[in-house]
Design a binder for this molecule. Structure first.
Ligand code: C2E
Ligand code: CA
Ligand code: CA
Ligand code: CA
Length: 279
């Protein structure tokens, strides 16, 4: 039994070792990716539920890893968060988003709001409003065209700190959205203390809204309460026309999901905007 235990431990150790090595490898590769400019933003259209017009997009990061292909954010964002690399990567994403919006304006297009994901680690710092201000100035961009997406757990960490950072972003006129709403522990009454513009209902609720009465009831009451608090509602992960029709009936403001479009490279996103405008 003793030897068996020992053997087991060494297997366990080897597994831990492999895991640690690959996390270190990814960290190393992420640093290189920043230096070599291997990241790219894709844009998923967000449309008005009422008019079907494109009101903006969510910027979603992609990593074009040489010799590998595209790495999805769920495979590297968690490691970037653990290692702190999410700070420079998050700044890269915000700068890239500002530059894209500036480029579209320069090309004579209607202004679109771009939502940028911001991790808990970025919010925990004091310098987020300062960084955002510098990037907006660099791109000569109106702050109201940028929306920051934060998850419930990010704002619920150190609440007083989060409120003070969010108040500074709000004072700059940057919009604030709570991402994956409904999956955390916050209540709407509590969120009233934060200067929030938008709630994004998590895809897991949208998934079940046609079949599941509870999901529908939850969404319906989230929308009603959000509106009474003057918050707008975005539904994410809308995949079919039936979900869209129901969300429209429930008074949802904006729609994002594969039904309209997957996240697209910038040029294809612009083609999508043009095609919608013509239709
Ligand atoms: P998220 O912020 O909740 O983004 C929405 C995710 O749902 C995206 O996955 C999007 O492609 C996917 N999605 C959108 N519509 C549908 C749909 O109709 N059906 C289904 N099944 N999926 C849909 P993606 O691009 O793989 O991003 C995954 C996560 O990675 C994001 O979740 C976000 O948490 C994180 N992420 C992406 N970019 C950034 C970034 O720049 N910074 C940070 N901190 N996190 C990021
Ligand atoms: Ca998001
Ligand atoms: Ca989300
Ligand atoms: Ca999500």
């Amino acid at each position: 039994a003793k030897t068996l235990g020992k053997a087991r431990y060494s297997v366990f150790d080897k597994h831990m070792h492999d895991k640690a090595v690959s996390a270190m490898e990814i960290e190393h590769n992420l640093r290189r990716a920043l230096e070599q400019d291997e990241f790219e933003l894709h844009f998923q259209p967000i449309l008005s539920a009422r008019t079907g017009e494109v009101s903006g997009a969510e910027a979603l990061i992609r990593w074009n890893k040489p010799g590998y292909g595209t790495v999805s954010p769920s495979d590297f964002i968690p490691i970037a968060e653990e290692t702190g690399l999410i700070l420079p990567i998050g700044e890269w994403a915000l700068r890239a988003a500002c530059r894209h919006v500036r480029g579209w304006l320069d090309a004579g297009r209607e202004p679109l709001t771009v939502s940028v994901n911001c991790s808990a680690r970025q919010l925990q710092r004091q310098d987020l409003p300062g960084i955002a201000a510098a990037l907006l100035e660099e791109a000569e961009l109106d702050a109201s065209l940028i929306k920051v997406e934060l998850t419930e757990s990010a704002v619920m960490g150190d609440v007083d700190h989060a409120i003070s950072v969010l108040n500074r972003l709000h004072a700059m006129n940057i919009k604030i959205s709570v991402d994956d709403f409904g999956t955390g522990y916050s209540s709407l009454a509590y969120l009233k203390r934060f200067p929030i513009n938008t709630l994004k209902i998590d895809r897991s609720f949208i998934n079940g809204i046609l079949e599941n009465d509870d999901d529908r009831a939850i969404i319906s009451s989230i929308i009603a309460m959000a509106h009474s608090l003057n918050l707008s509602i975005v539904a994410e992960g809308v995949e079919n026309e039936e979900q869209l029709a129901l969300l429209r009936d429930l008074g949802c403001d904006e729609i994002q999901g594969y039904f309209y479009s997957k996240p697209l490279p910038a040029d294809r996103f612009m083609a999508f905007v043009d095609a919608r405008a013509r239709s």
